[in-house]
Design a protein around this ligand. Structure first.
Ligand code: C2E
Ligand code: MG
Ligand code: MG
Ligand code: MG
Length: 282
């Protein structure tokens, strides 16, 4: 009987694996055709100065506008695109679309500050990464200092040598480099120092339960202190309540991104919400 059970377990496991593999291939093909059929969209979320409400930046976030399922968030497909390498083409689309939008906003007189674009580790790996960004900036006419690239901590750890050089080239032209979801990975302070970073984003998992959670309070304190001592701008992610605002400001963090200040919305809506308020970093 044990043997039979073992057999069943094995078969079940295999079927599950096959289903997962199938789903993977299916999704990858679907993403490819989504790109061809122009089903990707960008939404934009404000980054604001908590004291004044001033708009300091916007982050571009990817959505898949699926004909049957509606808007699908990146958490459901970006990892597939990263594994297959399709993220390179999607990433180029994101970059070009966001930079064109930024240029359009400038032409409209909408001072959005900086425009943040998420970049997957796989993209920076590509030797054509820096030239592609330079070309996109030149083609769209977005000034380099209006663009921020958000990179992950895992990139910082694993590719510090090649990464430092590539990012330095962009940083030297004025492009900003932010570490996203800071605190969730394992980057060392030494690495932080070697990369041409100018922003740190405190991961929302540490912001969610402040001020009640003492461990999270301590982590926010530490990240803000690291940022300050390295001369970096610190942005708190996932800010949803006034209590979080008070707490973060008390600790010396003045910039936030979160539902309290605005959800990710289409380009026209962010203009409608913020055009009337004084905006832009000096
Ligand atoms: P992220 O870069 O850390 O982006 C912040 C995420 O937090 C977004 O989720 C945003 O909608 C969400 N968020 C913002 N404020 C709040 C809040 O107050 N409460 C809560 N609960 N959530 C909040 P989203 O848009 O689903 O994106 C998830 C992740 O997907 C992003 O995390 C980023 O890592 C990745 N991603 C998004 N767009 C792109 C892209 O164009 N390229 C690449 N490579 N990755 C992307
Ligand atoms: Mg981000
Ligand atoms: Mg983040
Ligand atoms: Mg995140």
């Amino acid at each position: 009987q044990a043997k039979e059970e073992g057999g069943n377990t094995y078969r079940f496991y295999t079927e599950e694996m096959t289903a997962a593999a199938f789903e993977h291939v299916y999704l990858d093909n679907a993403l490819r055709s989504a790109l061809e059929r122009e089903q990707f969209r960008l939404v934009y979320q404000p980054q604001v100065d908590m004291a004044s409400g001033r708009l300091l930046g916007v982050e571009a976030l990817l959505r898949w506008d699926h004909p049957e399922e509606g808007l699908i968030p990146p958490g459901r497909f970006i990892h597939i695109a990263e594994q297959s390498g399709l993220i390179r083409d999607i990433g180029l689309w994101v970059l070009r679309t966001a930079c064109s939008q930024g240029r359009h906003w400038l032409d409209q007189g909408f001072a959005f500050g900086t425009l943040a674009v998420n970049v997957a580790t796989r993209q920076i790996h590509d030797a054509s990464f820096v030239p592609a960004i330079e070309r996109t900036l030149a083609d769209t006419g977005l000034p380099p200092d209006c663009l921020d690239l958000e990179i992950s901590e895992d990139f910082v750890m694993r590719h510090v040598n090649v990464g430092a050089e590539r990012l330095q080239r962009l940083r030297a032209q004025g492009v900003g480099i932010a570490i996203d979801d800071f605190g969730t990975g394992y980057s060392s302070l030494g690495h932080l120092k070697r990369l041409p970073i100018n922003k740190l984003k405190i991961d929302q998992s540490f912001v969610r339960d402040i001020p009640d959670d003492h461990d999270d309070m301590a982590i926010c304190d530490a990240v803000i202190a690291i940022g300050r001592s390295l001369g970096l701008t610190v942005i708190a992610e996932g800010v949803e309540t006034e209590a979080q605002v008070d707490c973060l400001r008390g600790k010396g963090c003045s910039i936030a991104q979160g539902y309290l200040f605005g959800r990710p919305v289409p380009a026209e809506e962010i203009v409608r919400a913020f055009a009337a308020t004084p905006a832009g970093i000096d």
